[in-house]
Design a protein. Sequence first.
Length: 496
Amino acid sequence: MYITRDLRSQSRPERAQVQLQNMDSDETWASMKDNAVALEAELMDWDPVLEDGNMDDRNPGSSSLEMDCVIAKEENLEAMVCTSTCQHQEDELAAAADPVADSIPDEDSIKEDSEVKFSSGKEQNLETVGSCSHGVILRLLCTTCGKVMNEKYGVGFEYMQEGLRLSLEEAQRWRRAETMKVLGDEKLILVLDLDDTLINTGRADLLTSDEKLLVERVDSGEVSGISLYDLGYKNSFYRTKIRPFVREFLEEASTLFQMYVYTNASKDYGSRIVKLLDPDNKYFNGRVITREASTRIGSKDLDVVLGSERVVVIVDDSPEVWPKHRANLMRIGRYLYFVKAGIHLQPGQKSLAECGKDEPDEGPLFGILKELKKIHREFFKNTGEPSSDVRLIMQNIRGTFLEGCKIQLRDFSPKKYAKLSSKAARLGAVCTTEYDPSITHVVTLNPEPEELQRAEQENKKFMVPEWIDASSRLWPNVSEFPYQHSLKKETGKQSE
C-alpha cells in the first residue's frame, strides 16, 4: 500500500468521485476490517494541525498531511469508510442502498427495524456530539478532517478494529452493503452465543466433589472419550466442555449463514473459546463480539452486527439479554455439563457431569440446525420477494410446534387456563376443557393412576403444564418425555 500522489491536485469532490468509481460493490466484511486496519496504520504517521476547525494549515514536514484524507490505493479506503459531503458520494450511496432495506413486516409481534434509530448508553446521535459530520472515527480522530471527536460518537465497532466508531448513517450504509453481499451469496446471518449454548465452562472452586473427581480422572487419562479443555485462562482454574454436535453444526451452518459470535464474556476468554471452536478461522473470521465491544452493558444488541435485522437469526440460551430482538431469537436449552451454572438448576437437578452422561449428538443443536435449514429454505424460496424477513418465517414455524395436538386443560383456574390455552394456540394446538376421544394430550397437575393406565392403552399422554411453557420458550420442539406423567412416576410419588 502507498499514498496515491496524483490525486492531491484534485478537489475533494473530484477525489471522492474517482474513489467511488473504483469502489468494489462486492466489498466483503473481511475487507472492511482490513480497510480499518490499513487506515490505522496510515494514521500512525498522520498528525494533522488543527486551526480554526479546518485542515488548510498543515505541517510541511509531513508529505501525507498535504492531502485532505488518507487514500489507500489497493483498498480504495476512503471510498469505503469516509462519508464525504459532496453530491457525488450522496448519489453513489443512494444508488448502492439496499432496495429492500426498508421493507418492514406489518405483524404486531414484529417490531420495526431500528437500524437507523440505534441508541444506547454508549452512543448518541452524531448531531448532538462531536465536531464534524463525517462517517468514520478511529481512536477519537475523524479520518476525514482529523478533528478530535467525542468518545460516544455514533456506534463502536471495536471488534473490527480498536477505536473504530461509525456515525449512525455510516453504520447503516455498511449494514446495507454487507446485507446485499450476504444475500448475493444466498446466505443469512447467524449470531451465536458461547457459554451454555456452544460450550460449558466449569470453575474449579464451584465444581462438586463428583465433578472434581471426573476432571481429575480425565486429566490423568483414566477416563477416555471425554474431552475437557484447559485454555490456560486465569491460572487454569477452568475446564471447558464442547457441546455435542458443535463441530458438525458449525460446518453445516457455515454453508448457509455468515456467522458471528456474541458473548457477554471478556475478550480474553471469548478469544480462547473461539480459537478452540474455530482454530483455522474459517467460520467466524474475526466476527467475535465480546462485552468490551458491546454497546449495552449486560445485554446484547444487533447494532454492532453488520446486517439488516430481517436477515439475522440469533441462537442463545438467555432471552433476557436480547430485550430488543426477541423476534430474531431461537432460544436453545442450556448446556449444563458442570454445575457452575447452578443458579439455573432446579432443586435436586444434577449436572450432566454428575450424572455421568452427556447430550446425544442428535440433541438440541441438531434440532436447531434443522430449524435453521428450514428458515433458510423459506427465506430464499421466493427469490423475487423483496420483503422476506426471518422474523416472520420464525413466527410461522413456531406456530407449528404443537400442530396436531388437541389438549384438554383440566383443574386450572380461569386465569391459568386462559394463559396456557393462549400459549398453546399460538403454537398450533387446539385447547378445550372437555374430554373427548380426539384428545391427544391431557394437561393436569394430579392425574389418577387409573387414568394413566387407560391413557397408555388409548395412546394419550398426560402432561404437566410446564410442557406448554417449555414449548413456547425453546427451539426446536421440546421432548415430551421430561414433562409427561407416567404410572411409574406417580406411583413413586405416592410411596414417598
